[in-house]
Design a protein around this ligand. Structure first.
Ligand code: PLP
Length: 320
């Protein structure tokens, strides 16, 4: 057994009672770290971990709704793809990771959960600067479900500002590796707050719209949907919108979306595992879709949540 396997191999599954979860600690959840299931409040990593020091990590987030994982296979595909591209290895295969995620949710008892799997470069035992010496670190956790848009924003649509910050280009960081390079997105968020908006969209290196902090964006014009093609995370919710469009006979394309095209759209919505399909009512102070949730957006939102009970799109969690 190599060192990674020795430190990370799963120990026997504890019972909920063994975990001594403090019901008042926030967030209420269960993590898997160094082969053990722990209450969230005890899940801590070294400050020498390259994930923390250099943002050298990849992760994925899947959600559980009504006690069912939504499209877990697609999230596992993206996570394992990221690991390979970053030359990271973990001592678990897909089934092993799926089992750990399942156990985190089951032990947490959450029926609506935000479930993250992540791997950091880790630290080297000698603090070497050579990333090949680092022992990669796999972790996972399940906490209560969270959404980019709150209930009121889902009803009336988000107020979004377009920042002039540029998303880190794909030639620097491959956006298909889900990552924590968020300084551009966070700076965009502050621009949005300064302008009285609730969240931000930032630009790609050509000045077209890219994505926002934790979400992709779509616009609808004359019944056709488009979403930025380059410099964005290929979101699973974005992919789900494409799949729903096929079912609904709607035309959807990944293409350049200019700032002008977004502002002139009939409808705009954002997509994320954290909240699903969420309407946008205002961009830079100008009203979109008469300030209402547009018909295409509303239809896709309803279908998206319906699919959460469909065994072809979701899988059951077994709770203790
Ligand atoms: N873009 C970025 C930068 C993200 O971080 C996320 C999700 O966290 C998304 C888009 C949406 O991706 P998904 O639909 O897979 O949650």
């Amino acid at each position: 057994m190599d060192q990674t396997t020795a430190t990370q191999a799963a120990k026997p599954l504890p019972t909920v009672g063994d975990l001594h979860v403090d019901p008042h600690a926030y967030p209420d959840g269960i993590a898997f770290l160094d082969g053990q299931y722990l209450p969230m409040s005890q899940a801590k990593v070294s400050v020498l971990d390259w994930g923390f020091l250099h943002s050298d990590a990849t992760y994925d987030t899947v959600h559980v709704w009504n006690g069912r994982f939504f499209r877990l296979d697609l999230h596992l595909d993206r996570f394992f793809g990221g690991l390979e591209k970053l030359r990271m290895t973990i001592p678990f295969d897909r089934d092993g990771v799926a089992e750990i995620l399942h156990n985190c949710v089951a032990l947490s008892g959450h029926r609506a959960a935000y479930v993250e799997m992540l791997c950091t470069r880790g630290a080297s035992p000698t603090f070497s600067r050579d990333p090949r010496q680092a022992i990669n670190r796999f972790m996972a956790f399940a906490v209560p479900f969270g959404s980019v848009a709150n209930a009121e924003q889902l009803r009336r649509g988000l107020r979004v500002a377009i920042s002039d910050k540029v998303r880190i280009p794909p030639a620097s960081v491959d956006p298909s590796i889900k990552n924590y390079h968020w300084l551009d997105l966070v700076r965009g968020l502050y621009d949005a707050y300064d302008r009285g908006a609730e969240t931000a969209l930032i630009l790609d290196f050509n000045g077209n719209v890219a994505e926002g902090p934790g979400f992709n964006v779509f616009c609808v014009k004359d019944g056709k949907l488009s979403t930025p093609a380059i410099g964005v995370l290929p979101g699973i919710t974005r992919r789900t919108v494409f799949d729903l469009c096929v079912e609904e006979g709607l035309v959807a394309a990944a293409a350049d979306v200019s700032v002008a095209a977004l502002k002139a759209a009939d409808e705009v919505f954002i997509t994320s595992t954290a909240g699903g399909i969420m309407p946008v009512a205002e961009i830079d102070g100008a009203v979109i879709a008469d300030g209402k949730v547009g018909p295409v957006t509303g239809r896709l939102m309803a279908l998206y949540w319906q699919k959460h009970d469909d065994p072809a799109w979701s899988s059951q969690v077994t709770y203790p």
